[in-house]
Design a protein around this ligand. Structure first.
Ligand SMILES: Cc1ncc(COP(=O)(O)O)c(C=O)c1O
Length: 483
């Protein structure tokens, strides 16, 4: 195998390496005389089991030795030994990678060998860059919260959420998104996902049977609503947002939409469409549910205010920290018209007895101290730069590419001329070359009539250098065909 084939551009912090890292930890704990052997066994096992995927770059020996607290010689010996055995591939002066010679032992439960090259670059819309999570600020706030919490605060929390968090959220959402609400209208919940299921359950209890969803839209929504007894009816999205006339025809009285930055097309709901949708809600005694999943991030202008602010009686609003902090927190909010607060909170109580109180207190602390705003600014800077890098790299390698949707959020829609297609083949060729892609068709749209290749590319989770490399690699994978 040549150096090209083994990811010379890979980073030591790649997902494959992280997944294998814990297998190596016993090395540090082993008696001094056995450490070399333990490290070699652990590396062999990591490659054999697939946890260290073929093509994953290993850290330089000096770095790994420092991390494991062993001598550098011990690591270089291990690399040399495993290279000789075929588990690793080394190129002098360039680095060491996991090789692809090893096969899982039958019946060991290890994953089957990959039919294609492991994805070295993932350009699917994967969300936030989790390395931007403010670990030390979160940890410090957690300590402060624990130090001052009375014993009683360790009991079951208010199912609507901690009052101090709801107050902070109302201030934040009014200031940044133009949301109009009293703290009593906020229910703290496990992200947008839970907000939608709580609201779905509540409205199912009030006789609703259908919910209109955007097409294209988030792929999971029909199943989520099915689980709470609602049938999802897809409604087309055009260049102005959710099609209000088509919505009318569904007969639904409940609709979920992403007005700030439609997912996935990236369209911003126009002022005219906003008023048509609000008219629909007023005429039909309907409710619009505004999923403001990435509304904080707009790069060409101030973010457009929330639809909710135009009619708080007709629009419920939901968002979360999944794009600004981390999805692992499962921390989000639902703002509902006053009449829905109690029924929604009752379901929250029934399902999980309230949201984890300590995490809520930590978020309230970050909000109070202005640290959450700082985090938003930091993400905004990073993501704006990454979007620019993506657009520039596409311009260089795919001059015919069109990037559509407003400059916002964490993903973009990219369309390539039909000569690159069909889409399925394009995605497959990219996968074989180590680049994972998501076709727009996966969000419920048929293929484009003109045969063009439409992709939903995520840019926020990759550092700028990796993004540029990913696009260059993509060009390499498809060049032969597109000329
Ligand atoms: C359209 C949309 N809504 C909401 C979310 C976030 O969901 P949650 O807040 O449950 O993490 C996502 C996540 O990627 C999304 O794409």
């Amino acid at each position: 195998m040549t150096a090209e084939g083994t990811n010379p551009g890979g980073e030591t912090s790649s997902a494959g390496w992280t997944a294998a890292w814990e297998l190596l930890l016993p090395t540090s704990a082993a008696p001094a005389g056995r450490r070399g052997q333990v490290l070699q066994e652990a590396l062999r096992e990591a490659v054999r089991s697939g946890r260290l995927a073929a093509g994953t770059r290993l850290p330089p020996s000096r770095e790994l030795a420092r991390d494991l607290g062993v001598s550098r010689g011990l690591v270089t010996d291990a690399y040399e030994q495993l290279t000789a055995e075929g588990y690793l591939v080394s190129v002098r002066g360039a680095g060491t990678w996991a090789g692809d010679a090893a096969r899982p032992v039958p019946g060991s439960g290890a994953p089957a060998p990959a039919a294609r090259r492991a994805a070295e670059f993932d350009l699917r819309p994967l969300g936030a860059d989790l390395s931007l999570f403010p670990r030390s600020r979160w940890a410090a706030a957690q300590r402060r919260v624990l130090e001052r919490a009375a014993h009683a605060e360790l009991g079951y929390p208010d199912p609507r959420g901690l009052p101090e968090l709801r107050e902070e959220l109302v201030r934040l959402l009014a200031r940044r998104r133009g949301v109009v609400a009293a703290p009593e209208q906020v229910v703290v919940c496990a992200g947008v996902a839970q907000a939608l299921s709580l609201l779905g359950l509540t409205l199912r209890g009030r006789g609703r049977r259908t919910v209109a969803v955007e097409r294209p839209g988030p792929a999971e929504l029909p199943e989520l609503f099915d689980a709470v007894g609602l049938r999802a009816v897809p409604v087309p999205v055009d260049g102005q947002g959710l099609d209000a006339r088509a919505l009318e025809e569904t007969g639904a009285r409940l609709a979920v939409l992403t007005p700030a930055h439609q997912f996935p097309t990236g369209v911003a709901c126009s002022p005219t469409r906003r008023s048509e949708l609000l008219d629909w809600a007023r005429r039909r005694d309907g409710l619009l549910v505004e999923d403001d999943y990435d509304g904080d991030f707009r790069y060409d202008r101030q973010p457009v205010g929330a639809l909710q602010g135009l009619d708080p009686e007709r629009v419920a609003y939901t968002g979360s920290v999944s794009k600004s902090l981390a999805p692992a927190l499962r921390l989000g909010w639902l703002v509902v018209p006053p009449a829905l607060v109690e029924p929604v909170a009752a379901r929250k109580r029934l399902l999980d007895l309230g949201h984890p109180g300590l995490d809520q207190a930590v978020l309230a602390e970050l909000l109070r101290r202005g640290e959450y705003d700082r985090q938003l600014r930091r993400c905004q800077r990073a993501y704006r730069e990454r979007r620019d890098v993506l657009v520039a790299a596409l311009g260089r390698w795919f001059p015919a590419a069109r990037v559509t949707g407003v400059a916002a959020g964490l993903h973009a829609i990219v369309t390539l001329p039909a000569r690159y297609g069909p889409t399925a083949l394009f995605v497959e060729r990219a996968a074989r070359g180590g680049v994972a892609l998501r076709a727009l068709a996966e969000h419920g749209l048929p293929e484009a009539a003109d045969g063009s290749v439409r992709l939903v590319l995520g840019f926020a989770h990759l550092p700028p250098g990796r993004l540029a490399e990913a696009v260059a690699r993509l060009a390499e994978c498809v060049d032969a065909r597109s000329g």
